[in-house]
Design a protein around this ligand. Structure first.
Ligand SMILES: CC(C)(COP(=O)(O)OP(=O)(O)OC[C@H]1O[C@@H](n2cnc3c(N)ncnc32)[C@H](O)[C@@H]1OP(=O)(O)O)[C@@H](O)C(=O)NCCC(=O)NCCSC(=O)c1cc(O)c2ccccc2c1O
Length: 337
């Protein structure tokens, strides 16, 4: 009888897979993995249900760990959810960053990394006109960008490395322009959700090589990985603008959604990620970066294996034996094929 039941179950699963897929709704419906999964009636979806789409309640983190108030950014955490949101708050400058902005961003990203209640970070710009227009050109000097100090900085490079190595997914939520150094920032994020008004470039208008600037680091190498070497040359040499749908076709962004649904969809992606194992996500991020990041990439991935190993009985035996001043007994642990 149990064989018959097993066969029935298998048949039901196969029938599910063969069921015709309903077309996505036409008004405001998003075509993408999240919507397709909503139509599947397998055991995973029966157990986990739909990913909720309600608005999160954001709580502002007004200052950093030293009590210094944020001026150039808004740092928020969702109440009861493992989502942090970091927003560049200079809309009057199309969210161009100055050294001070970058310092605040670094502090907020550090906090989100250290907070074990945060699992995913949204990175965005205030308003709908720009995600970020790069370095503040009014502050560009001979040795970088200078605001309160009498020397210049290119400290956005530190921020890029920080996002790349942060062991939690960072999602760029892009409305409007993502150009120049702002374009590089969205590229170093793990995922990019773009509004249909987003414009990408390295860059058009007056930017990139047109203002005598280039990013020969991640701005070039990660771009080449994302869009391929020919298209990367096109983006840098011609410095054109690309629409959201062009960017999606080029592999620069994960999905394009109507502007009014941008945050809702981004939060939905966060919630979907947060259903999954944080350690699996952490190791996946470092392994996806490892080949390109050379020694630093291997160090990150290797650090993850140490972290996981410390949690095992075998790892613990070595430490306990040392503390108890006895020989460790590793004989009880399997030498797996
Ligand atoms: C982004 C735009 C295409 C938007 O055009 P739009 O017509 O919508 O808006 P306006 O041009 O009128 O801008 C409104 C307002 O904002 C000011 N503003 C915009 N962008 C910046 C900026 N980046 N810096 C300073 N101010 C900015 C603008 O002046 C207006 O002010 P008003 O007072 O007149 O109202 C368009 O704005 C645009 O093309 N902006 C310039 C983009 C740019 O040149 N970006 C810099 C590229 S270089 C860079 O970012 C960079 C930074 C780094 O730190 C690096 C580090 C290491 C290597 C490379 C780096 C690098 O390349």
């Amino acid at each position: 009888m149990s064989d018959v039941n097993t066969a029935r179950k298998r048949l039901a699963v196969v029938a599910n897979h063969l069921a015709p897929v309903r077309p996505a709704p036409t008004t405001g419906g998003l075509i993408g993995p999240s919507n397709c999964s909503a139509l599947i009636n397998d055991s995973y979806h029966r157990i986990h249900g739909e990913v909720p789409t309600h608005e999160p309640v954001w709580e502002i983190v007004a200052c950093d760990e030293n009590g210094k108030e944020f001026t150039d950014i808004i740092y928020e955490k969702a109440v009861g959810e493992a989502i942090a949101k970091i927003t560049i708050n200079r809309p009057e400058r199309r969210n161009a960053f100055r050294p001070h902005t970058v310092k605040e961003l670094i502090r907020a990203f550090n906090d989100a990394r250290d907070d074990s209640l945060v699992g995913v970070i949204i990175f965005t710009g205030k308003g709908t006109k720009a995600f970020c227009s790069g370095g503040d050109q009014a502050l560009r000097s001979k040795d970088g960008y200078a605001d309160y100090e009498n020397f210049g900085r290119l400290n956005v490079l530190d921020l890029q490395v920080q996002i790349r190595r942060l062991p939690k997914p960072v999602i760029a939520m892009v409305a409007g322009y993502a150009v120049g150094g702002g374009h590089v920032l969205h590229m170093v994020c793990d995922l990019t959700i773009a509004a249909d008004n987003a414009i990408f470039g390295q860059t058009g208008g007056q930017t990139g090589p047109k203002v005598g600037s280039f990013d020969a680091g991640y701005g070039s190498s990660i771009m080449s990985r994302l869009v391929g070497p020919k298209k990367a040359r096109e983006m840098w040499f011609l410095a054109r603008f690309y629409s959201a749908s062009e960017a999606e076709k080029m592999g620069l962004v994960n999905i394009v959604v109507p502007l009014e649904k941008l945050e809702q969809e981004t939060v939905k992606w966060c919630r979907e990620i947060l259903r999954n194992s944080p350690t699996a996500i952490r190791v996946l991020k470092s392994s996806l970066n490892a080949v390109d990041d050379g020694h630093a990439g291997l160090q990150e991935l290797g650090g993850d294996t140490t972290l996981i190993f410390y949690g095992t009985e075998e790892g613990n035996e070595g430490k306990t034996a040392y503390v108890e001043r006895r020989r460790p007994d590793f004989s009880k642990f399997p030498r797996r094929p």
